[in-house]
Design a protein around this ligand. Structure first.
Ligand SMILES: Nc1ncnc2c1ncn2[C@@H]1O[C@H](COP(=O)(O)OP(=O)(O)OP(=O)(O)O)[C@@H](O)[C@H]1O
Ligand SMILES: Cc1ncsc1CCO
Ligand SMILES: [Mg+2]
Length: 265
């Protein structure tokens, strides 16, 4: 369960504290996610050089690791940064983009989870199922399953890795292995803009970077994503304007929007 007031409070904290979110993310979404973090009130930095990631973690409020466009040097940086953050008690949020699509992605995702011990893992249904060895093939970075199908995998993963797990999709599920929060806001148009999932993960980085309780922070970030997506889609003719309207909606999102639209269990 999450209350509307908790989401509003978590959003206010992001706007008041403006947490520094260190992102090691993919080439496709770097610009989108930095803009979304600014629009919601956080402070983004994209940094992946092996020579500097540990120093950046030193000053960051949270670390987002996204394996969308992998290569060897980047993996080294992810492991270094993730280990350092976990040692410091800085929240690590992991997006296992495309895990299950190729053996390399699956191997790297598992290595990151074992080494960095992420606080929160967010993926689409295929990705979360691939992490629990379910018989599923991720279609590149897109899901081939609905989020409901991945709920058991999410609970299992949360329990076994002592992490909060989010499965996104038509319904978003947030679980710590025992509690389950589900959010039904959003729009199918969100899946027609690349990197909306990556943006959701970065948004979790912002909310978890304020010191808020991790389950509340995660659910609040997913609520804000879905509510803003739903409002933006209503104003958009297609994915192009959706991208712009989504940023504007994050920037202007207020308590009334949340009170009027939020749908959850
Ligand atoms: N059919 C839908 N209805 C409502 N909301 C949706 C729908 N599909 C996706 N979303 C929302 O879009 C956001 C991204 O979720 P999605 O599961 O598409 O991520 P993803 O597959 O990891 O995306 P990407 O890899 O492109 O970043 C979430 O906030 C989710 O709630
Ligand atoms: C399309 C794409 N390919 C690798 S990462 C990425 C962005 C969405 O996950
Ligand atoms: Mg994704």
């Amino acid at each position: 369960m999450i209350k509307i007031e908790q989401v509003i409070q978590a959003l206010n904290k992001v706007r008041e504290n403006s947490p520094l979110v260190h992102n090691i993310t993919n080439y496709v979404v770097m610009n989108n996610t930095a803009n979304a973090l600014l629009a919601i009130g956080a402070s983004p930095v994209m940094s992946h050089a092996v020579n500097e990631v540990e120093d950046m973690v030193e000053i960051a409020s949270s670390l987002v690791i996204n394996m969308g466009t992998l290569s060897e040097k980047w993996v080294d940086a992810m492991l270094l940064a993730g280990e350092k953050a976990t040692k410091k008690g800085t929240p690590v949020i992991f997006d296992p983009v495309g895990v299950g699509a190729t053996p390399y992605r699956t191997q790297v995702a598992k290595q990151i989870i074992e080494t960095c011990k992420p606080t929160i893992i967010r993926g689409n249904a295929s990705e979360i199922m691939a992490l629990t060895n379910s018989n599923v093939i991720t279609k590149g970075v897109d899901s081939t399953e609905s989020s409901n199908t991945a709920l058991d995998s999410a609970k299992l993963l949360a329990k076994s890795k002592n992490a909060i797990v989010v499965v996104s999709g038509e319904t978003d599920f947030i679980t710590n292995g025992t509690e389950i929060i589900s959010i039904t806001n959003g729009s199918p148009m969100m899946a027609k803009v690349t990197g909306m999932g990556c943006t959701a993960t970065a948004m979790i980085g912002a909310f978890a970077g304020t010191g808020e309780d991790k389950l509340i922070a995660t659910a609040s970030a997913m609520a804000v994503m879905s509510i803003a997506g739903e409002i933006a889609a209503q104003k958009s003719a297609g994915p192009g304007s959706m991208q712009v309207n989504f940023l504007d909606t994050l920037y202007t999102l207020n308590e009334n929007d949340i009170v009027n639209i939020f749908q959850h269990e």
